[in-house]
Design a protein around this ligand. Structure first.
Ligand code: NAP
Length: 260
């Protein structure tokens, strides 16, 4: 029997990434865990090795720092055992748009968008060449909801959703699977980072349920998986409305409402 592909998971020291590590270890995949907190990753690696007997490696890297990010890109580019990338590392920052500083916004954008795109770009040519592989990008329902008041965070997640849809169009014909996962509020430390008490938020999903649902979507090879959305016909209708506009964009003249 051929060996299962190794799974590289970013943001694997906590929350959603750590749960993906647990689930892929239980499925018998070797892992490469990436985050900054190597003590937490070592602890998780020892637990997963003991429980599941898989090989678990750790790369300590700050993905908002391009030189550290490059180490992970190199690993993805060169290690043919890695067949799945879980592009999960991400964060949020406190405050409204006017309260957030340009520097805080820039590092949020670096981690939530630049790192996601660079890691996918590092691995996509190899996967395309092999005609196999999977890239999972963790977006958010905030990508669809500026009303939730998380302006730059939501914009980064809209980037991740768009990138995933575009990558799917390009890579699916080459045998590469791309999934965007859109969690809503999930019980992890991210809420502490934005100064919110998660227990004051309604409709919060536990992280095991979120990841298990995302993996159902993964196994079905869904392009967009929104674990909390009860009726997926609503996503289909949203996509249909967007696609209905496409044939109307190429016009020599402005629309009648803009002509004097
Ligand atoms: P979390 O518990 O705060 O975990 C974030 C992970 O990302 C940690 O492993 C953290 O590890 C890593 N990370 C943060 N900054 C990093 C950096 N500069 N370089 C490398 N790794 C870094 O948050 P989470 O909720 O699991 O978030 C995972 C993903 O889900 C994020 O993309 C988030 O936007 C998305 N999401 C979360 C929710 C939610 O409600 N929880 C909802 C929608 C989407 P270190 O600190 O060790 O580096």
């Amino acid at each position: 029997m051929s060996k299962k592909p190794t799974v590289l998971i970013t943001g694997a020291s906590a929350g959603i990434g750590a749960m993906y590590a647990d689930r892929f270890a239980k499925r018998g995949h070797d892992l490469v865990l990436v985050a900054r907190n190597d003590a937490r990753m070592k602890e998780l690696a020892a637990k997963l090795k003991a429980e599941s007997g898989v090989n678990v490696e750790i790369i300590k890297a700050d993905l908002a720092n391009v030189s550290e990010l490059r180490q992970v890109e190199d690993r993805l580019r060169d290690d043919a055992r890695i067949g799945v990338l879980i592009n999960n590392a991400g964060t949020a920052i406190p405050g409204t748009f006017v309260e957030q500083t340009p520097d805080a916004i820039a590092s949020l954008v670096d981690l939530n968008t630049t790192a996601v795109a660079r890691l996918a770009a590092a691995v996509a040519p190899r996967f395309s060449q092999a005609g196999a592989g999977a890239i999972v990008n963790i977006a958010s329902v905030v990508a669809l909801a500026p009303e939730l008041g998380m302006s730059v965070y939501g914009a980064t997640k809209a980037f991740v959703l768009y990138l995933s849809l575009a990558m799917d169009l390009e890579l699916k014909p080459k045998g590469v699977y791309v999934q965007a996962v859109l969690p809503a509020a999930t019980r992890t430390d991210i809420w502490t980072h934005v100064g919110r008490d998660v227990d004051t938020i309604s409709g919060v999903m536990n992280v095991d349920e979120l990841v298990d649902a995302a993996l159902v979507g993964f196994d079905r090879r869904e392009t967009v998986t929104i674990p909390p959305l009860p009726d997926d016909a609503q996503w289909d209708a949203y996509e249909a409305a967007r696609q209905a506009m496409l044939p109307n964009f190429a016009q020599t003249h402005a629309a009648a409402r803009y002509r004097g």
